[in-house]
Design a protein around this ligand. Structure first.
Ligand code: ZN
Length: 316
């Protein structure tokens, strides 16, 4: 019978321990490889949105693409946003309306949707599915955010002292957009970007002198109501209606969402945005949001469920 010496026994024990350690190491390496394969994507996305959230809440930047609702439903044919505690109207139904989640949004027999609580759900009449987004408005020092997205229009002004300059996130995204256009032989450049409150006073007053305040309101923002003061907006190339007929304008409309921008004042939506069509004016909202806005052919007002109307005539 084989008999191990004390020394041999000890060596065996050591060998067993080494084997176990080697096995554990292998498992660790395997586990790490799997992590490398699957996790970084999620990590990146979380990192991006938390960076945006941080920058938005410290009020130095305000891209605000930290909307808690990720576009979930891909098979909806329509989109309707409504503020918490407000109502919005769906078109005439073929059958009776049904909400997938009445704790988010309720709907009555005439298609009036009531926003109950921030979130997403679907409302359908059995034929058409609507993606419903119930938005939460938040007032911060500089202005109003809807689901974390800074909204500036005739209803929602910025404070006069908000002075972020052109935000790096806007600048970087535009650089990528401009590079991609150049690859196709197109020249997209910044015609005008950041304007502070004092500069907008000059512009608006100048237009009022020339055209009167009523006409000026249709194309020029009152001081504090200009999206250019957000640092998230760029006017491309020459600010002229003729820009709309250039290949650059066509490319911009088709591709800007891929870089996180939207055409802010589209043709045919003047009553919604409160502004004339501006093919050159783009606003940064982040890629996911820009693509959803493009998909449903919306304005930012429609996407957020807000209006754009001055409360009173300009006092000067
Ligand atoms: Zn503009």
């Amino acid at each position: 019978m084989f008999h191990m010496s004390r020394n041999q026994q000890h060596r065996r024990k050591r060998q067993k321990q080494l084997c176990l350690i080697a096995l554990l190491l292998c498992l660790a390496v395997l586990g790490f490889s799997v992590w490398l394969l699957f996790i970084p994507n999620t990590l990146n996305r979380a990192g991006e949105s938390s960076a945006l959230q941080n920058s938005a809440s410290d009020s130095s930047t305000a891209a605000g693409t930290n909307a808690p609702d990720t576009p979930a439903n891909t098979d909806a044919q329509g989109f309707l946003a409504v503020l918490e505690g407000s109502t919005a109207q769906l078109p005439a139904a073929d059958g009776s309306w049904n909400s997938s989640d009445t704790s988010v949004a309720e709907v009555d027999s005439s298609g009036t949707v009531t926003g109950v609580q921030q979130g997403r759900c679907q409302i359908t009449d059995g034929k058409t599915n609507y993606q419903i987004a119930v938005r939460h408005l938040e007032q911060r020092q500089e202005g109003t955010y809807a689901d974390g997205i800074l909204i500036v229009n005739k209803s929602y002004p910025l404070s006069a002292d908000y002075d972020p300059g052109l935000q790096p996130i806007t600048k970087d995204a535009f650089q990528k957009l401009s590079d991609a256009a150049a690859q196709e032989g197109l020249d997209l450049y910044i015609g005008s970007d950041y304007r502070d409150y004092a500069y907008q006073v000059k512009i608006y007053n100048n237009y009022c002198d020339l055209y009167g305040s009523e006409q000026a309101d249709s194309f020029s923002a009152r001081p504090g109501y200009s999206e250019h003061q957000t640092g998230l907006t760029i006017d491309c190339n020459t600010i002229d209606d003729a820009f709309g007929d250039t290949p650059e304008a066509a490319w911009l409309a088709q591709h800007c969402a891929d870089y996180g921008f939207i055409i802010r004042f589209p043709q045919g939506k003047e009553d919604v945005t409160g502004y004339q069509y501006e093919p050159w004016h783009i606003r940064y909202v982040g890629v996911d949001i820009a693509k959803e806005i493009q998909k449903y052919d919306l304005t930012l007002e429609e996407y957020l469920g807000v209006d754009s109307v001055y409360a009173a005539p300009w006092q000067g």
